[in-house]
Design a protein. Structure first.
Length: 285
């Protein structure tokens, strides 16, 4: 009887022991949860003034969230209202929307490459990209930045220029766009104000002297008038002595008359009031 009891106990032990090891092995080999990505935040609006003589810059900040297993992602930027990526262009409309002027700008990745989207073949340098490891039951975020630049020396019509681009988050690799999965998108409004600028110079200087030397009738001296403006303008002139040369060393002497012509047209300087030399309502550069 005692022998039978010992045999029964050994049999039960042998049956339970392998089952216990199998359960432990299953726990050790548990797979991570599927990766979950989301577009947490994108700078909704960017405003930067056109500095005209210097480059202007701003930024678009993109934050991506992740939970679960490891994965890769990349973020693209659309061309906005432009027909090309090089350059992108902000638009200003006037005359009830019938006319438009444009301001060149562009969006760059941290690699100083122009940011693009999947409407054209792209490289990994032309997107924001990153990867996440296994977060388990936790949550992680990653923040990247596009740079917006308005090049210098854009002497365009004054006023506000606008554009809108779409930022898109994809799961996958930029160099394998066919396998990429679109996760989320957000629009970004861009605007820029170009201030009123008017500049004028004589022979490229702030002032100019016409020296006639010994006076001889019919002697001509010329000076070039340079000006540029991005708004409606008017150029006026006035004569200190009413269109004659006065002797600054001897008062009461006889004045010397002269004529002023602008683009061949005679200007009457006898009036002490301002004389209009040029006028436009459309602006010029």
């Amino acid at each position: 009887m005692n022998g039978m009891r010992r045999g029964t106990v050994r049999t039960l032990f042998n049956l339970l022991l392998p089952a216990t090891f199998a359960l432990s092995a299953g726990l050790l080999e548990a797979q991570p949860a599927p990766p979950v990505l989301e577009l947490v935040s994108v700078t909704p609006a960017v405003s930067l003034d056109n500095l005209i003589f210097n480059e202007a810059t701003s930024s678009i900040t993109v934050t991506v969230g992740h939970s679960g297993g490891p994965t890769r992602y990349f973020v693209t930027a659309s061309r906005g209202g432009s027909s090309t990526f090089e350059p992108r262009r902000m638009r200003q409309t006037f005359f009830f929307g019938l006319l438009s002027t444009f301001l060149d700008y562009n969006v760059f990745t941290p690699n100083n490459a122009i940011a693009k989207d999947l409407t054209v073949p792209i490289s990994q340098q032309e997107v924001l990209r990153g990867n996440f490891g296994n977060t388990g039951s936790g949550y992680a975020t990653s923040t990247n930045t596009f740079t917006v630049r308005i090049p210098a020396d854009q002497f365009v019509r004054r006023g506000t220029y606008n554009d809108e681009i779409v930022v898109s988050l994809y799961q996958g690799r930029a160099n394998q766009p066919a396998q990429a999965v679109l996760i989320g998108q957000q629009s970004v409004s861009l605007s820029s104000v170009t201030p009123t600028v008017a500049q004028i110079a004589l022979d490229g200087q702030g002032q100019s002297t016409l020296d006639f030397g010994y006076l001889t009738a019919g002697t001509v001296r010329e000076v070039e008038l340079f000006f540029r403006t991005n708004a409606a303008y008017r150029i006026d002139a006035t004569s200190e002595h009413g269109g004659v040369l006065q002797n600054v060393f001897q008062s009461g002497g006889n004045p010397v008359p002269y004529q002023l012509r602008v683009d061949g047209s005679l200007v009457d300087l006898t009036s002490p009031a301002l004389i209009t030399l040029g006028l436009t309502v459309a602006g010029s550069s």
